[in-house]
Design a protein around this ligand. Structure first.
Ligand code: SF4
Ligand code: SF4
Length: 84
């Protein structure tokens, strides 16, 4: 059950700094960073440690099964970013 980033994300990388598995992308040094509207969690890399949630000041991150109804689509959107 991976964590999921939603569209409140302001791409400040505060979660990236605390993630122990480097599973949040794209980062500033990646080409896609400029074009994406938010960052994404790789569900295959996330170990459910929860460190990212208190780091996020815009309340953008949720446990997948606790996503609000209007944010449920973001579980698939996060996974899709890493599928290609
Ligand atoms: S829960 Fe942990 S491993 Fe998963 S994205 Fe957040 S900080 Fe990274
Ligand atoms: S800490 Fe929150 S707002 Fe910042 S990049 Fe991560 S998810 Fe986005």
């Amino acid at each position: 059950m991976a964590y999921v980033i939603t569209d409140n994300c302001i791409k400040d990388e505060l979660c990236v700094e605390v993630c122990p598995t480097d599973c949040i992308h794209p980062k500033k040094d990646e080409a896609q960073f400029e074009t994406v509207t938010q960052l994404y969690v790789d569900p295959d890399g996330c170990i459910d440690c929860g460190a990212c949630i208190p780091a996020c000041t815009s309340d953008s991150i949720f446990v997948a099964d606790e996503l609000p109804e209007d944010k449920k689509e973001f579980a698939a959107k996060n996974a899709a970013y890493f599928a290609s």
